[in-house]
Design a protein. Structure first.
Length: 156
């Protein structure tokens, strides 16, 4: 398989500038051989990328999944800015995803698959798929549809 940096090019993904913290926290913190990435919202990948809304109310499951993929792109931008290259990632260890959804919406794992599927495309099935939780939230900061945080293991 290609390196993660090469995979981004093959997937025609151009990373946006890494987002800046919107409150008092660090966007990513390396500690030992781990990189802890704070919760991120979706990047505006194209005009149809939902960056605001509630799944089950004004967004469909597919739109929620697209938003989760856009979160993955924002997280990749942060990782690259923080450590210099996605090729320094050994594997994705843990993902926690929140979905801003209606009380009767039950497909949070399918929404967060938008994130997980892109990580698998970039880092491969073995290194891009880690432990994961996908939960609902009645609301998320600023009205975003998805927020995801994760932990990566760095290469030695």
């Amino acid at each position: 398989m290609s390196t993660p940096e090469t995979r981004l090019q093959e997937l025609h993904i151009i990373l946006p500038p890494a987002p800046k913290p919107v409150a008092k926290y660090k966007i990513a913190v390396p500690s030992g051989n781990l990189l802890f990435v704070s919760g991120h919202g979706p990047a505006k990948v194209h005009e149809n990328t939902p960056v605001l809304g509630r799944v089950g109310e004004n967004l469909t499951l597919d739109q929620g999944k697209e938003a989760a993929r856009a979160v993955a792109i924002n997280i990749l931008a942060t990782v690259k800015e923080t450590i210099g290259s996605l090729d320094k990632i050994k594997k994705l260890v843990k993902t926690l995803g929140w979905v801003n959804c209606t009380v009767d919406f039950k497909d949070q794992p399918k929404v967060i698959n938008g994130f997980s599927e892109l990580m698998a495309e970039v880092f491969g099935e073995e290194n891009g798929v880690g432990a994961r939780s996908a939960v609902s939230a009645h609301t998320l900061p600023g009205g975003i549809p998805v927020e995801i945080e994760c932990i990566f293991e760095l290469k030695s």
